[in-house]
Design a protein around this ligand. Sequence first.
Ligand SMILES: Nc1ncnc2c1ncn2[C@@H]1O[C@H](COP(=O)(O)OP(=O)(O)OP(=O)(O)O)[C@@H](O)[C@H]1O
Ligand SMILES: [Mg+2]
Length: 502
Amino acid sequence: MAEDKILIVDDEESMCQYLAILLRKEGYEVLTVNCGVQALKVIAKQKIDLVMTDIQMPKMDGIQLLKGIKALDPSTTVIIMTAYASEQSAIDAVNLGAFSYLQKHCKNDEIRMVVRNALALRQARTENTELKKKLTRTTKSKKIIGQSPGMRSVFKMVEKIASTSATVLIKGESGTGKELIAQSIHQYSGRVDGPFVAINCGAIPETLLESQLFGHVKGSFTGADRDHDGFCRQACGGTIFLDEIGETPHAIQVKLLRMLQEREIYPVGSSKPVKVDLRVVAATNRDLEQEVAEGNFRIDLFYRLNVIPLNLPALRARIDDIPLLVDHFLRRLCPTEYQGNLSSMISDAALKALHAYDWPGNVRELENIIERASIIRDAEVITVNDLPLDLQVESSSEQIAGQMSVGGHITLDDLEKAHILAVLESTNGARKQTSEILGINASTLYRKLKKYGVQDPDEVQDGLDEDEEGVTKSDLLNAVDSALREADVEASKMEDEPLEVV
Ligand SMILES: Nc1ncnc2c1ncn2[C@@H]1O[C@H](COP(=O)(O)OP(=O)(O)OP(=O)(O)O)[C@@H](O)[C@H]1O
Ligand SMILES: [Mg+2]
């Protein structure tokens, strides 16, 4: 490590020389100047770790110099030297940001100690700033939410294995957060300063996948008019995330196996192996053991990948995480409105409906539903009506089941309510069509909806009916749904980039 650089500022040359000799003996690099202006010039040109300045100097005194230094580089540590132990101006200097003051002509040991402490503090501050930077980088990346036992054990495992170079296989249904976990393994590893390169093995045609992964040399196939590194070389020093590994064609599986075993690759068109230093994290939503049993996936590659298996639980298996996730998404989606009180943003009934749902699309689906609800809600609070109809139906059948298990009976009203909801869902919320199917007129439907508190009929009356205003609430919901779907498609397109053929 480079030695610390100290600048001594004193109009008394003998004092400068005395301190310089003392501190050089301690191994520091020492510069000396005789006035504040010269000191500022030095500091403007080079990094100085510590400035020791006399307080009383002609033209620019120590306090003025201190202010100048803090303006130039606030991280520079300053020690003020005074003639008397408790000179008021020295105390003022500390208040202005000087590390400490030293009485001139104090014992050498005291000088050494104050200098050592000042530099140690500076070192700690620098490390702290570095850590903060690292933390900002980590927190800027998406947070992973979960306190259920299933997620806790995933987090524990990530903590344990992140710092190793072991290959990880993340298994989980679609939308459970496999890519998020892969990123956090990278972020908590020693490779954090290296690249994280994600590739969706299922989305790239077989003919392109090999050159995308391993690169190619110029002229190796039509259109290969220059050398291309490929994802594996781009990920050197970092992590490669092989998503949808179960979809990798057989021919590429062999080459991946070679990369995992030998840590080298052959670019397309080259017979020269290239060493790669990367960590492999793979993910799948398929049952890979089953794929192996059916002959679709190489068993040797499976074992190479499955060194550390991580199973991400489905959302339906950890419904206790739902309020936390909703809280997390609402904080992100409505930063100005959300004051940290979940019940001021979403009704109890709506939360219940979220708990009762099956979540085939897991966290991604929940994220989309909350985003959609926060856009279409009329009131501040998200209500059941802002959720997709199948969630509303599920919550009402849940209620029925609940009542049956409690009281042992289902009332006719329960059945009627569930039936109305089911028809409403099938018509996508169109009230006119719903009342026709049910064989009742629109005002009876309105009354019943009001009675069961399923949907806010006033809100429907407020002009969201097709006949009255030309735009139904379901039109609005469909529009939001398709916008969200498009956003997903766009996002997944971006994930798959770069897909260009070079
Ligand atoms: N535990 C979680 N906390 C916060 N957000 C999450 C969590 N799990 C998933 N998400 C969010 O859900 C979405 C889907 O996550 P991700 O892409 O990591 O899932 P996946 O398992 O890779 O899905 P797929 O199998 O479809 O590729 C992302 O927007 C992600 O930020
Ligand atoms: Mg994914």
